[in-house]
Design a protein around this ligand. Structure first.
Ligand SMILES: [Zn+2]
Length: 258
């Protein structure tokens, strides 16, 4: 969790967190060169696992150039060329969070190249979908791009930031659906539980936004508490909070958390 302090790791450990998976994401500013990404990949494959281990948390990560910075295809291709070397690191689960930000042609071209990279190296995929008015169109474009690659099994892809209007598109196509929780904006813990009640608890996970904006690493445990308030039993909460993510990530031989 490069954007977080040790206090957040400690709070997660105290809340019972056993493992973290950290997607490669935007740093709050656009990096000036591919060497900025090289150092970032070293940070999330070498240094963050050691920070997490201090609190007995297993740390996993995903690699890519995020959709926001993929608007520069020259830079994006230089970054993609760095990735195969880092796929050998023991905490890397796959390619992500790839996807779209503004649904531009450049973003779509780089999304395609990331999907091919995942196919070539038999990697799981974690996908970011755009926010607000771009979400519906972006989700459809992403689903079509993934379906065009017959070698990509939908069950090995999680499409994140689903909302009420996009979750059925994702789930009906056989992909996993991710709900990223924020304290106030976007999907809150309560709204995520409402969605579970609408769409069921199969092939879905919740994750806590831990970015550079207003976000809360304890969003998932807080959603667990809210499920308890609504009367869900331990088995249901365990399935959504722990077993589902474990089943998805366990498709990678690198994932060893039990
Ligand atoms: Zn995202």
């Amino acid at each position: 969790m490069v954007s977080r302090t040790m206090a957040d790791y400690e709070a997660l450990a105290l809340a019972g967190c056993k493992a973290i998976n950290e997607p490669a994401f935007w740093a709050g500013y656009d990096r000036a060169s591919a060497s900025g990404f090289y150092d970032y990949f070293r940070q999330i494959t070498e240094y963050e696992p050691k920070r997490a281990a201090k609190f007995c948390i297993d740390h996993y990560c995903w690699l890519c150039i995020n959709p926001k910075e993929a608007e520069d295809p020259g830079l994006a291709r230089e970054v993609i060329a760095l990735i195969p070397e880092f796929l050998k690191k023991p905490n890397v689960l796959g390619i992500g969070e790839i996807g779209l930000n503004k649904n531009s042609k450049n973003e779509l071209a780089i999304l395609e190249e990331h999907i091919q990279l995942a196919a070539d190296h038999d990697q799981l995929i974690l996908v970011h979908t755009p926010h607000l008015e771009d979400k519906l169109k972006g989700t459809k474009l992403i689903v079509d791009a993934l379906k065009n690659h017959s070698e990509i099994a939908p069950g090995r892809v999680i499409i994140d930031h689903v909302e009420e209007h996009t979750a059925p598109i994702v789930k009906d196509a056989g992909f996993w659906a991710g709900m990223t929780l924020y304290p106030e904006s976007k999907v809150t813990p309560n709204r995520a539980i409402d969605m579970l009640e609408m769409f069921g608890s199969d092939q879905v996970w919740m994750n806590s936004a831990c970015d550079w904006g207003v976000s809360d690493p304890l969003s998932v445990p807080k959603a667990g508490l809210e499920m308890r308030r609504r009367g869900y039993d331990d088995d249901f909460i365990d399935k959504v909070v722990f077993q589902n993510p474990k089943a998805f990530m366990g498709q990678s031989p690198r994932f060893t958390t039990s």
